[in-house]
Write a protein that binds this ligand. Structure first.
Ligand SMILES: Cc1cc2nc3c(=O)[nH]c(=O)nc-3n(C[C@H](O)[C@H](O)[C@H](O)COP(=O)(O)OP(=O)(O)OC[C@H]3O[C@@H](n4cnc5c(N)ncnc54)[C@H](O)[C@@H]3O)c2cc1C
Length: 377
């Protein structure tokens, strides 16, 4: 074994969670090695919207999300990748949604949100591409960021290597952990601590823990248009009314049950597929849109074109894009705990395994502080 095969912390997986933990450990002056089984990260970290969306996290995780937001801004500037302080508009295509947004806004400032309600005439004057039919107003949340996940996840490793000396081993699946030994590609490394950020693949390393955890997989279908014409800008992320019942942000609102009931009646086929519709524009002018949610231990390996058709039709009822020509369609899968967005587990002493659910882009940078504190580092 050479000195190169020793480290204070080994991170398993070079997706968003792994990179965030590598950054935090390296900032603490620790020697960090990252193992990634593929030649590059190909998991949900490169398949998402790139929305840094503190608005959508449960209230108790807001501090972690806002800390993560600050790190995104700092790291994007240092590493040189695109980030936009875009904010988001949640659209109320229902009187009940408009009532919920207004109710939320009454306590929003006090709860630490930077939001405003905008009525339909104001929205339509500001965003001429919005469709007026059934539009009652919107909730503008200003703290959201947009990144291009493919660019960010490809740029971060070189930045971490150059600035912090993090060592990356790609095409190197970890097959066994028995501290101090970590086995990958038939070689053994000696490490002090391990953080397992293996996305949906926990069961390979810790099958019994995975089974006991209750973790399952969620598959989402996504699309991306070709670049819109240069004179078209989607200033903010646009978020449809169905998202108001997808995220937990409005659970304290008295008007939520009525909204839920209305949406269940109006959009039953979409709700059955877990569809709620969001659209963001990346730095190349393309619109990324989705999504659906198929929760299963092992989701259907094949995509359903009807799901994409429904997502697109819903988007077209929200707004009119200059072009809906699609450049790509894909699916992404993340692991999810039935009760917690963040699931941090200790399968062995000095080892943590982590699932960041459907909000890992938003939460991973902030969560890394918690994980390393938990490890006593
Ligand atoms: C379609 C979609 C849209 C989303 N949109 C958003 C969004 O807008 N905002 C947001 O906050 N979140 C979003 N999410 C959630 C977010 O993408 C995930 O929470 C996050 O990417 C999870 O990161 P991860 O590093 O845990 O997993 P992954 O990105 O899956 O990375 C895990 C890595 O571990 C590697 N690995 C696995 N096993 C081993 C092993 N034994 N040895 C070595 N390497 C291994 C894998 O190859 C993989 O690269 C979205 C998710 C999806 C699917």
């Amino acid at each position: 074994m050479t000195a190169r095969q020793q480290a204070d912390v080994a991170i398993i997986g070079a997706g968003m969670a792994g990179l965030a933990h590598a950054l935090e450990a390296a900032k603490r002056g620790l020697k960090v090695v990252v193992f990634e089984r593929h030649p590059q990260a190909v998991g949900s970290s490169v398949r998402n919207f790139g929305m840094i969306f503190p608005f959508g996290v449960p209230h108790e995780l807001r501090e972690i999300a806002l800390r993560g937001r600050a790190i995104w801004l700092e790291v994007a500037q240092q590493a040189g990748f695109w980030v936009k302080e875009a904010g988001a508009i949640l659209l109320a295509h229902s009187p009940h949604a408009w009532a919920v947004f207004n109710e939320f806004q009454e306590g929003a400032l006090q709860a630490g949100y930077d939001t405003d309600v905008l009525d339909a005439p104001t929205l339509l004057a500001r965003y001429p591409y919005l469709n007026s039919h059934d539009l009652h107003g919107g909730l503008w949340t200003r703290q959201e960021l947009t990144v291009d996940p493919r660019e960010a996840i490809a740029t971060l490793p070189a930045f971490l290597a150059e600035r912090y000396g993090v060592v990356f081993h790609y095409s190197t699946p970890v097959t066994h952990i028995d501290l101090p030994n970590v086995t990958a590609n038939g070689k053994t490394w000696q490490v002090g601590h391990v953080v397992v950020c293996s996305g949906t693949e926990f069961e390979l390393l810790y099958p019994d823990d995975f089974k006991r955890s209750g973790l399952f997989r969620t598959k989402l279908q996504m699309m991306r248009t070709v670049a819109q014409p240069h004179d078209f800008t989607l200033e903010q992320m646009m978020v449809g009314t169905l998202s108001a019942v997808h995220y937990p942000t409005f659970t304290h609102c008295a008007g939520l049950p009525a909204l839920r009931a209305e949406l269940a009646e109006r959009y039953q086929p979409l709700i059955e597929r877990g569809i709620h519709v969001m659209a963001v524009q990346n730095g190349r002018g393309e619109i990324v849109l989705g999504d659906s949610h198929d929760n299963a231990w092992f989701p259907d390996p094949f995509n359903d074109p009807e799901t994409n058709r429904m997502i697109l039709a819903y988007l077209q009822s929200m707004l009119s894009l200059p072009t809906y020509q699609m450049a790509q369609e894909w699916e992404g899968i993340y692991s999810k705990h039935p009760e917690r967005v963040i699931y941090l587990h200790t399968p062995a002493e000095r080892v943590r395994m982590l699932s960041v659910g459907g909000l890992g882009m938003t939460l991973s940078f902030g969560q890394a502080t918690e994980t390393l504190n938990d490890l006593g580092l």
